[in-house]
Design a binder for this molecule. Sequence first.
Ligand SMILES: [Zn+2]
Length: 262
Amino acid sequence: MPELPEVETTRKLIEPFVLGQVIEAIDHEKNHRYTDLANVVGKRITELTRRGKYIIAHFEEPLEMIVHLGMTGGFRLQEGKHTRVTLKTAKGTVYFQDARKFGKWQVVPKGEYAALPTLHEMGPEPLSDDFKLEDFVKEMRHAGKVKPHLMSQKPVAGLGNIYADEALWHAQIHPEAVNLSEEQSTRLYHAIRQVIARAVEAGGSTLSDQTYAQLDGNPGYFQLDHVAYARDGKPCKRCGTPLEKYWLAQRGTHYCPTCQKL
Ligand SMILES: [Zn+2]
């Protein structure tokens, strides 16, 4: 599933095709995953932002078009067999492809996220000044199991399964640790910022299923730097112990039993 670095890479890649442009047409399958898109045809996109794992197009009118890539959604410059939405401007056409169809596009009045509770309750962006160490320490002091809590998007935005596993390995914290100490939270805070910054720079992670790619079809490269995710059975890059995998809150969780003790 695309997480912050993959969504940010996607945003940057489609920006030149849509920023400042009038949407000439949006064609899509008619179903509940694509809501009210006709409302923005003929309107100009003034800004293309990202919040957590959502891409948000802004208009001169008080409307927002919110795109969530779901499990397998992404943009291409050519139509493919899984193209679900086609967006046309004077600059060109971008095709949204989504094999497993969990992606969603919806147009809402500006800032009205009642139908989008995750977006509504989302914590600060990890690379912004709003993500403050002091607040994070306070938040994590009384939090439940750390990995599911990170993935809730409430303490900080944008982390899913990959980047939660990666950040916890770097911070040497067990995925089920609760009520983190100030020292643990401080390590985790810096690990999150570092992992996300590096992954954005590398264009995100393309996994073995190959569903995530950049606009031109090239992969991201951060998977080459993974130290925890999908490395079960391989030696820990810090201590050499084989990493383990188990299921936590329905997600495959990878960690080092030596460096990340509960
Ligand atoms: Zn280790």
